[in-house]
Structure formats: C-alpha cells, structure tokens
Design a protein around this ligand. Structure first.
Ligand code: IPM
Ligand code: MN
Length: 383
C-alpha cells in the first residue's frame, strides 16, 4: 500500500506530553504490523511559534498540511493567563484560531465525539444505569454559530451593539443529518458483532436497534430549527430501521444528566454540539478520556484532524501528569479512519483502542503519570 502520512502538531500545554505517548504507541504498531505509515512533527500552530513570528503558523500552513492524510493535534492554547490564551486562540487573520481555520480550510464538516462510559472510567453519575452510557454526539462543524460574521457597532460607547450571525444551509444540514443516520446504522451493526443489542422505540411503537436524536432550539430559534426539523424528517424516511427523536437543547442538557443511557446518536449544531460534548465528556469519565475528531468524509484529498476534546490544560502542563488516554483513543480513531484505504491500519486502530480500554479497565482512576499510562498501553501492544 502507499504510505499513509500523518502531520503531527503537538501544540501547547499538555499537548506535546500526550502526543508523545501516541507516537510511542504508533512506533510499536508500525513495527509490529509493518505499517506503511509515516509521520512528521510540526512546531506550529503553537504559542511558542506565535511569540517568535507574531502569528500561530506560517502563511502556507494549510498548503503544507494538505499533503498529509491526517493531522494529529495535541491541544492549542497559551499556557499563560486565561485572558491572553483567548486572545491567542482568536488572534489570526480571519479572526478564527488555527483550530477553526483547519476545520474550515479542509471542510471538516463532521465533529464526532463518542461518549461511552467504559469500565474503569470515573463514573460521575451515581445511578447504576450509567454503565450503559454509549452515545455518539455528532456536531455540525462547518457553519452555524461559528461562521464568524458580525461586528461591533459604536464600539466602547454606551450605545454599542454587537452582532453575531448564524448561518445554516440546507446542504450542510442534509449532509450532517445523513451522516448521523449512517452512523446509527453502523453502530447497530457493530454492536451486533459484539453480541450487544439496544432497543429504541419509535413514535409508532416499533422497536429499532439504533436511534438518532436531533437537537435544536426551534421554539426560540425558529428558522434554522424548522429547517433542521424538516430535513431530519425527510431523511428519516430513508432509514425506517432507525428510531428518531427530537430534543430542545436545554431539555437535552437535563436528559443527558437524568438518563444519558437513553441516547444513541445525537446530531447537534456547531455551538450546541460544542456545549453538549463537554457535558457528554464528563458523562463518559471526564476530559481525560474523551476522544474527538474533525472529519471530511466527502473529500479524500484533504486531511481530517484528530484532537482530544480536552484543551492544553495550562494548570498541569509540564508536570508529566496529564492523562494521555483521550489522546490515545483519538489516535485509535485516526487509524481506523485511515484504515478506510488500508485495512491493516484499521486493524491497528482497533488494537490500540482495545489496549487503551483494557488499561483503563485494569487501572481505573489510579493516579499515574503520563508516561506510566503510555508505557502500560505500549506493553499491551508489544505482548
Ligand atoms: C472544541 C473547542 C473549540 C470549539 C474552541 C477552542 C474554539 O471548545 O474543540 O470543542 O469551540 O470548537
Ligand atoms: Mn468545546
């Protein structure tokens, strides 16, 4: 097979620490399975680069990255005061940070954030049914509340007005909802392979093996809420085997805490998905274990980007105590994604997932250093 190439961008704070463990695991897998896999590290985007060059990355950064099959990103954010950190993230030309520029530049229109409470992970909810939490939140990643259009009128005066536009297109709505239904089907068939089943009741009382829940705020944000709902109902007709459900985002927050085990696939807008996935991360054991990816499923000429849900955690950076679990799960997902072209990679991804899950199941929430966790996972891969 042609060599698959990964651009590794460790970023800031704990980013380089957790990325180092991913690389060490990739080395083992590459060696063991003779993977046609290579990676190159980049010192940008990062705060250090920003300090030296006055911008987060070189002008041709996206052009350079486009030559790769995937981007493995640690975390971004200046490990300085919060105020500066936010300024840095938002400091680039089009007023989007490098993270948002990558998503936009490569049209990574899907943000996939699974939230499954695996054995060993911290269980924040007391209810025993929390063990059944297994959802996939799919966040629309290309438009909506993140289009960054608007401005400040009469800035600094008592009459100031700030506007922030939200844009929702039917095209982007259709593709994200269809992606959600396809993932629901895929999850049902993956569960069958593991001899696990779940059941969801449709409005008419049929039982389905998967479900898609659409999130909106259509009682207040009418226009896009109605369009989302219409598109959802149209596409749902093509998937009679998948149960459908609709929640308003505020009620969804409540139900994520009250009965998160009742959700399967959840499709949400960019901002609502952003908020819900922090909540979902906690339901599955916290930021230390929550993977994430930014995918472009429709164009194989541009790289998708893989970064955990967590940030650069400046408060613990440099101490070697960050949990690399989320990064390792994210790396496993990257290999599975790349495995669409090369099945050996997909297999390596599953192996990595199982090694990380087994480590979590055995050691649970024991305090361990970044390296200790990385070593334990590596050991499982070697043997
Ligand atoms: C995330 C982050 C980003 C987002 C920030 C850093 C711009 O919160 O990936 O969830 O809002 O998308
Ligand atoms: Mn977020």
């Amino acid at each position: 097979a042609q060599t698959t190439r990964i651009a590794v961008t460790p970023g800031d704070g704990i980013g380089p620490e957790v990325v180092a463990e991913s690389i060490r695991c990739l080395e083992v897998l590459k060696d063991k399975h003779k993977l046609a896999l290579d990676w190159t590290q980049f010192p940008w985007p990062s705060h250090a680069w920003h300090q030296e060059h006055g911008e987060s990355w070189p002008a041709d950064a996206l052009v350079q990255l486009q030559a790769y099959d995937a981007i493995l990103l640690g975390a971004l954010g200046d490990p300085g005061p919060l105020h500066d950190k936010d300024r840095y993230l938002l400091s680039d030309s089009v007023s989007l940070g490098p993270l948002l520029e990558m998503r936009k530049g490569f049209d990574q229109w899907v943000c996939e954030r699974p939230a499954r409470l695996l054995p060993g992970a911290r269980q924040y909810l007391k209810d025993d049914r929390a063990k059944d939490i297994d959802m996939l939140v799919i966040r629309e990643n290309s438009e909506g509340e993140y289009v960054s259009q608007g401005g400040r009128l009469r800035q600094g005066t008592p009459d100031e007005v700030a506007t922030q536009m939200e844009v929702f297109t039917r095209r982007a709505t259709e593709r994200i909802i269809r992606y959600g239904f396809d993932q629901a089907r895929k999850r049902a068939s993956d569960r069958l392979k593991e001899a696990r089943t779940r059941s969801f009741r449709t409005f008419e009382g049929h039982i389905c093996e998967s479900q898609v829940c659409l999130i909106t705020k259509r009682n207040a944000l009418r226009y896009w809420g109605d369009m989302y709902t219409e598109v959802f109902e149209e596409i749902a007709r093509e998937y009679p085997d998948v149960a459908t459900h609709h929640e308003l985002v505020d009620a969804a927050c409540m139900k994520f805490v009250q009965s998160p085990w009742a959700f399967d696939v959840v499709v949400a807008s960019n901002l609502q998905g952003d908020i819900l996935t922090d909540l979902a991360a906690v339901l599955s054991g916290g930021m230390g274990v929550a993977p994430s990816c930014n995918l472009n499923p429709s164009n194989t000429d541009v790289p998708s980007m893989f970064e955990p849900t967590h940030g650069s955690a400046p408060d613990i950076a440099g101490q070697g105590i960050a949990d690399p679990t989320a990064m390792l799960f994210t790396t496993a997902r990257m290999l599975e994604w790349l495995g669409r072209k090369d099945p050996v990679l997909a297999h390596a991804g599953q192996e990595l997932f199982h090694a990380v899950a087994a480590d979590l199941a055995e050691k649970g929430t024991q305090r361990r250093s970044t390296r200790e966790i990385g070593d334990a996972v590596r050991q499982r891969l070697i043997t």
